[in-house]
Design a protein around this ligand. Structure first.
Ligand SMILES: Cc1cc2ncn([C@H]3O[C@H](COP(=O)(O)O)[C@@H](O)[C@H]3O)c2cc1C
Ligand SMILES: O=C(O)c1cccnc1
Length: 360
């Protein structure tokens, strides 16, 4: 293989931090016709998006919601309130337009993509030509679900790498400059808790929650299972190996998508607990991915607050959402559009002839 055709699985991602550019955008914001800083976090959001897109006139185009779906062998240990078949059934619901993420994406003109990364049951391929705005199904199944991580690794390293490569290739095939992350996989709050506990060295009990709605007793049983999984993989510390041992096929595919989106300087809109866990893994592989992320909300799943703290993330909403799918990312989307419109279209004191005098 020649040097030019060599493409590493994990692409090097350079920092886009540029103090001079940041200063230039901050000056534009400060000169808008409003008291200094009075649009609060909308200004921080505009600054972040401007820096990601490298534009003082940022415009979000062709936003893509991608819902990564897969099943989890660990579900056999009773870690979810719902049966695994719900993963497959919900993918049908996403495509039929009836799920929360379907409704909210449609409302905001965000294209909906659903990826079978490893669902236990199969889907019929879609027709090549779809009606405008119809959700697209991508068949990228690595295996019909992971193995039970309480008994051995969830996936082989080869499967994990293939999933990452799928995520990267998928992003290369999608248009636009914004990626909204979503996921569906019964059992995947367990994977997210395991990744967080191991990569951030946190006690598993503090990062384990009810997921789809376990009782207090159910959560205690889930934490005991997760403790056994962590003990089973006690010597696994390196991020890719942790992902393969305790992650999910949808999480691994998402890691690839996040890396590729970051490489292309797309705005990455992170949803809840599981999507944040994928960003955590990606950031351990390439820390500069974090510069490209916007965090939609703080999930009601207790581990998410620990995860957001580890990522030094300030979420836009705190609405006790605990659904996943990408529902929080879709809900927060208009805030990103408002931030861009404000920076692009608001008049400056000079252009509007408004006095900058302040008696403070
Ligand atoms: C009907 C239904 C729709 C969902 N949409 C997202 N999730 C969410 O719940 C799952 C994770 O929770 P746990 O780890 O407890 O299984 C994921 O599929 C997640 O996206 C759903 C769950 C259900 C039951
Ligand atoms: O925060 C999330 O993403 C979440 C929480 C519970 C269940 N599914 C997803």
């Amino acid at each position: 293989m020649s040097d030019t055709s060599f493409s590493p699985l994990i692409p090097p991602i350079a920092s886009i931090d540029d103090a001079a550019f940041r200063h230039q955008v901050q000056q534009l914001l400060d000169n808008k016709t409003k008291p200094l800083g009075s649009l609060g976090l909308l200004e921080s959001l505009a600054l972040r998006i401007a820096c990601i897109l490298g534009s003082t006139q940022p415009r979000l185009v062709d936003p893509q919601m991608v819902v990564f779906a897969a099943d989890h062998g660990l579900v056999a240990q009773g870690v979810s309130a719902y049966p695994a078949d719900v993963t497959w059934q919900m993918v049908g619901n996403f495509l039929a337009g009836g799920a929360a993420v379907s409704v909210l994406s449609r409302q905001h003109g965000v294209a909906l993509n659903v990826v079978d990364c490893g669902v236990a049951r199969d889907f019929e391929p879609q027709a090549d030509a779809l009606p405008p705005g119809a959700p697209r199904l991508w068949l990228r199944k690595i295996a019909p679900g992971t193995q039970d991580s309480s008994l051995g690794p969830a996936m082989t390293m080869a499967q994990c790498e293939a999933a990452i490569a799928n995520g990267r290739a998928l992003l290369q095939a999608l248009p636009g400059n914004a990626l909204l992350l979503g996921e569906m996989g019964i059992g995947n709050t367990s994977s997210a808790s395991l990744l967080l506990a191991r990569l951030c060295n946190l006690d598993v009990e503090t990062v384990t929650g009810a997921g789809t709605g376990l009782s207090g007793e159910g959560v205690a049983r889930k934490a005991a299972v997760l403790r056994r999984v962590l003990a089973r993989h006690a010597d696994v510390q390196e991020p890719l190996a942790v992902l393969a041992a305790m992650g999910g096929l949808e999480v691994a595919t998402m890691v690839g998508a996040v890396l590729q989106a970051a490489l292309e300087r797309r705005v990455i809109v992170v949803d809840g607990f599981i999507t944040s866990a994928a960003v955590l893994v990606a950031s351990r592989l390439q820390p500069a991915v974090l510069e490209r992320c916007v965090y939609a909300h703080r999930s009601g799943e207790p581990g998410h607050s620990h995860l957001l703290a580890a990522l030094q993330a300030q979420p836009l909403l705190d609405w006790q959402l605990r659904l996943g799918e990408g529902s929080g990312a879709a809900l927060a989307w208009p805030l990103l559009e408002s931030a861009c419109a404000m920076l692009r279209d608001m008049a400056s004191f000079a252009s509007a002839g408004v006095s900058t005098q302040s008696n403070a």
